[in-house]
Design a binder for this molecule. Structure first.
Ligand code: NAI
Length: 250
């Protein structure tokens, strides 16, 4: 049987890299994409230690033509696309609504929302033509809850969930599944970066109130993505799964 092909945007770091690694271990043909060429090439090199079937294709998801080109390149190299993990994203500006630099607000929406929309639109064309496909769109617990000082991030993630539900309704009957993932606080460069939306002390306090009382690992989110894309999750469509150590239970 021909091996499945998976595309992961933002695959050079954090959750995206962990997911790429998990799919490599499961024997899939893996394409990682990222705006960061150096990190993408390093990730490709590291993953090739486990499989020759790993490719890095650079792309900026905030560009519609780059996203269309990325999916076209995957199709021309592999002839199929079975799973798309639309994961690339940024933390966005940390500022109150009235004080937020508008260009940063717009950039967050451009990457976190339009980035997923552009990729998903191109992926759905490929999925429709081949008669199957699974897309996983990266949202967040902040797609379901507000966060003071993070309106752009929060708005982008809420919108990703709306996009996911609508797309599932449109494409479910064609054998295509589209779901969203809502991680809680995961230890990656995004949460550990100096420009992270929520200060570390605030994050620590929020994590302390979650059921599991600890940060998640990138691999714990990767495992959820792998399952969501599998036949075991065949009846999940248009949903947004919390993988948050019980953060939203509080
Ligand atoms: P990360 O910073 O480790 O990885 C994000 C990757 O996306 C980076 O490699 C970066 O270069 C890439 N990227 C950024 N802008 C891009 C663009 N315009 N085009 C293509 N690639 C671009 O962050 P992490 O934590 O792995 O985040 C991945 C996703 O998970 C993001 O969408 C984030 O919002 C989401 N998320 C993360 C959580 C966390 O606690 N770390 C919690 C909930 C959601």
């Amino acid at each position: 049987m021909e091996r499945q092909v998976v595309l992961i945007t933002g695959g050079a770091s954090g959750i995206g890299y962990a997911a790429a690694s998990a799919w490599v271990r499961n024997g899939l043909r893996v394409v990682i994409s990222d705006i960061n060429v150096k990190a993408g090439e390093a990730a490709e090199h590291a993953l090739r230690a486990e499989s020759a079937d790993v490719r890095f294709i650079p792309a900026d998801v905030s560009s519609s033509s780059a996203c269309a080109g990325l999916i076209a390149e995957v199709m021309s190299r592999h002839g199929r696309l079975d799973i798309a993990f639309n994961n690339a994203g940024i933390a966005g500006p940390a500022a109150k609504v009235a004080d937020c630099p508008m260009d940063e607000w717009r950039r967050t929406i451009d990457i976190n929302l339009f980035g997923i929309y552009y990729c998903l639109a191109a992926e759905l064309k490929a999925f429709t033509a081949q008669g199957h496909g699974v897309a996983i769109n990266m949202a967040s617990v902040y797609g379901k809850r507000g966060v003071a000082g993070g309106s752009a991030y929060c708005a982008s993630k809420h919108a990703v969930i709306g996009l996911t539900k609508s797309a599932a309704l449109e494409y479910g009957k064609k054998g295509i599944r589209i779901n969203a993932l809502c991680p809680g606080f995961i230890e990656t460069p995004l949460t550990r970066g100096i420009d992270s939306t929520v200060p570390t002390s605030t994050m620590d306090a929020l994590v302390a109130r979650s059921a599991n009382r600890r940060y998640g690992s990138a691999d714990e989110i990767a495992q959820a993505a792998v399952w969501l894309a599998s036949d075991g999750a065949a009846y999940l469509n248009g949903t947004a799964i919390d993988v948050d150590g019980g953060f939203l239970a509080a």
